[in-house]
Every structure is written in structure tokens, then in C-alpha cells.
Design a protein around this ligand. Structure first.
Ligand SMILES: Nc1ncnc2c1ncn2[C@@H]1O[C@H](COP(=O)(O)OP(=O)(O)OP(=O)(O)O)[C@@H](O)[C@H]1O
Ligand SMILES: [Mg+2]
Length: 341
């Protein structure tokens, strides 16, 4: 429900440049995110993702170029921009000595939310992020994953129309990651516009309508998850037969898909290009009917690395993609481990 005078793009970046001394961290990045959609900013360590988010969130002025959030210019109308957005930074920013509930209420209070609304909202958010039991414990006793979730809960207290999430699921276990994705999908369904940075294609794939791939401060690709994966090459179907004697029969079955079939007799493995889940279930059915036992059957999908290889001809810099943030979080965790009920 935009007023007609306002842009229908919730986030617009226009030729953003950021230099630190002689070093150009962001070199002319442009994109526009329609209201109620999700943009994934994908790139390896040092690509410039956080620097872009910081410029959009008014935390760092662009060297040149401009950006608008909810129609407001980040340099000329920073207060209005801040009132329209929430940000979860890459490093957790919770107050160690406050409880989870107090952290949420503190920020909600700063947004001017009334007491009873605040009490209700903070209960809801604690519940939503599985922190109800921990809500009255000091944040310094939280594990890395719990801090991450508290951080997100805090950024949602004011229900901002635009949300920036810088690597929101780094350091989360798979279950928490899936839960968080569900929470984010629900927000987007309710009309929130999301910009999230990630190093994981899968995360962008799960959530993003549109993906901008950044490398060395520049946009090297922009498209839907499907378009990018097509650029990176098709998925492949891989199967390992249990009995080496079955390999020719299995290869003959796979040829029915009409694709080229690669047979590795030593490994008892067959690989063939696949379109998706449909191929997998069809092949599983054929194998079952023919009584061919398999040790392993699966789809190997293009990874971020494959996308990079396809786009740039070189692999993403092999700087341990687990990211410093994760080790920081792990190091700052209580060490007692996270209990999930
Ligand atoms: N304040 C700063 N001063 C100098 N250089 C900086 C500054 N902030 C970022 N950089 C550099 O800019 C580049 C981009 O950094 P940025 O943090 O935006 O990358 P990123 O894509 O978020 O990486 P990561 O995935 O590791 O979080 C890096 O080379 C970084 O060292
Ligand atoms: Mg970053």
C-alpha cells in the first residue's frame, strides 16, 4: 500500500561506491528491491556485503552514489530511514548483562512502544525464537545460536517495513536455521522487505526472490535463484550401486532420462545431469522395480563455489567460509551448550 508519490521499491542502491583510503571496497553497486520481496546479497568473505549494508542502514556514508530506503535518501533523510528499518548486524550486539527479555524491551522502549504492547511483543518474540525458557537469564549465559536469535528478535520489535540481516544464520545449527527461515518467510508474507547477506547459496535459494552476487565490490551476477543455478550448470544425479554387478543395468535405466551417463566402475558410481527432484523420484522408482540396491542416491546441486566458478572462471577465495563471525560467536558462547526443548 504505497502512496502514489512514493517509490514502489523498498530499497534502492544507485551506483554505490565505498573507498577506504586507496582501497575500493564497493565499486558501483546498483539494485532495487520491490516492497515485500527478498533480495539475497551473495558473496565470499571480503566481497563487500557488510559495507553495502552499512551504507544502506545509514551507518557509513557512501563515497559516491546514493541509496533510498522506503523512499527516503540515506544521506539526506537518515532519521526517516532509521525509522523505516531494522538491522541485525554480522556480530551479535546484545547487552551481556541484561536478560533476553530486557534486551528486547530496552530496544522496544527506544522505539516508543508502550508498556503493555512491549510486554506482549517480547513474550511473542521470545516464543517465536525458542527463547522462552532463557528469556529471564542474562544474555552472557547464552550460546552463540541463542545470541543470534535474540539479536533477530530485538531487530523485529518495532516491526520495521525494511529489514537488513547480515549473515543471519551464521553460527546456527540446522534446526535453528530452518526455524529462522520460517520466521523470515512469515515476515515477508506480511509485507516486510528483506535484504539478507549470505555466503550460502542454499540460504539465498530458500528465501530470496532475487540474488545479487558480489565479488571484490562489484556485481558479477543478478537474477533469480533458478537463473543463477542455470548459469552454474545443471544439478547432477549421483547413485552408488551396492553390488558392482548391477552397474550396467543401473546405467541402462539412467539412460532412459535421455541424458549422458557417466559410469565409474571402481566406485560403483553413476552420475548424470538431472533437472530436479522429479528425476530423482523417477529414478528411485525404476531402481526399486528392477530390484537394484543402492548405497546412495541423491541430487548434487550447484554450490556457491560452482556459481562462482561459472561466473568468474575461478573458485571463490578459499578463505575458510565458516567466517570469523562464527568463531567469535563460538568463543563468546557460554560453553555450556545450547539446550533445545
Ligand atoms: N573500515 C574499514 N576500513 C578499511 N577496510 C575495510 C573497512 N571495512 C571493510 N573493509 C574492507 O572492505 C572489504 C569488504 O569488506 P566487507 O566487510 O564489506 O566484506 P563482506 O562481504 O561483508 O565479508 P564477510 O563475508 O567476511 O563478512 C574487505 O576487504 C574489508 O577488509
Ligand atoms: Mg560481512
Amino acid at each position: 500500500m504505497n502512496s502514489p508519490s512514493r517509490s514502489t521499491f523498498a530499497i534502492e542502491a544507485d551506483n554505490l561506491v565505498k573507498r577506504f583510503g586507496d582501497f575500493t571496497a564497493v565499486n558501483g553497486v546498483s539494485f532495487a528491491v520491490p516492497e515485500g520481496s527478498v533480495l539475497g546479497l551473495l558473496g565470499p568473505n571480503g566481497a563487500g556485503k557488510t559495507t553495502i549494508v552499512r551504507m544502506l542502514a545509514t551507518l557509513s556514508p557512501p563515497t559516491s552514489g546514493s541509496a533510498r530506503i522506503a523512499g527516503y535518501d540515506v544521506e539526506r533523510e537518515p532519521d526517516r530511514v532509521r525509522r523505516s528499518m531494522g538491522l541485525t548486524g554480522q556480530a551479535a550486539t546484545v547487552d551481556e548483562y541484561l536478560t533476553g527479555r530486557e534486551n528486547i524491551r530496552l530496544i522496544g522502549g527506544l522505539y516508543g512502544i508502550g508498556r503493555s504492547d512491549l510486554a506482549r511483543r517480547s513474550d511473542e518474540l521470545l516464543e517465536q525464537f525458542s527463547l522462552t525458557d532463557a528469556g529471564d537469564k542474562q544474555a552472557r549465559s547464552y550460546s552463540g545460536g541463542m545470541r543470534r536469535r535474540l539479536d533477530l528478535a530485538v531487530s523485529l520489535i518495532a516491526a520495521p517495513p525494511v529489514l537488513f540481516l547480515d549473515e543471519p544464520t551464521t553460527g546456527l545449527d540446522p534446526r535453528s536455521r530452518n526455524e529462522l527461515w520460517d520466521v523470515l518467510r512469515a515476515l515477508v508474507n506480511d509485507g516486510t522487505t528483506l535484504l539478507l547477506t549470505t555466503q550460502y547459496l542454499e540460504e539465498a535459494d530458500q528465501l530470496a526472490d532475487d540474488i545479487v552476487v558480489i565479488d571484490k565490490g562489484e556485481v558479477i551476477a543478478h537474477g533469480t535463484p533458478l537463473q543463477l543455478k542455470e548459469q552454474a550448470g545443471a544439478a547432477s544425479l549421483e547413485l552408488t550401486v551396492t553390488d558392482a554387478d548391477d552397474i550396467d543395468a543401473a546405467a541402462a535405466l539412467l539412460r532412459k532420462t535421455g541424458s549422458e551417463v557417466f559410469v565409474d566402475r571402481n566406485a560403483r558410481r553413476i552420475t548424470t545431469p538431472a533437472g530436479g527432484l522429479g528425476d530423482l523420484t523417477r529414478v528411485a522408482g525404476w531402481l526399486d522395480e528392477s530390484n537394484i540396491a543402492v548405497d546412495d542416491l541423491g541430487l548434487a546441486r550447484p554450490s556457491l563455489d560452482d556459481v562462482f566458478l561459472a561466473l568468474t572462471g575461478h573458485r571463490a577465495e578459499d578463505e575458510n567460509t565458516t567466517d570469523t563471525n562464527e568463531s567469535e560467536l563460538a568463543a563468546s558462547g557460554s560453553g555450556s551448550g545450547e539446550k533445545s526443548r
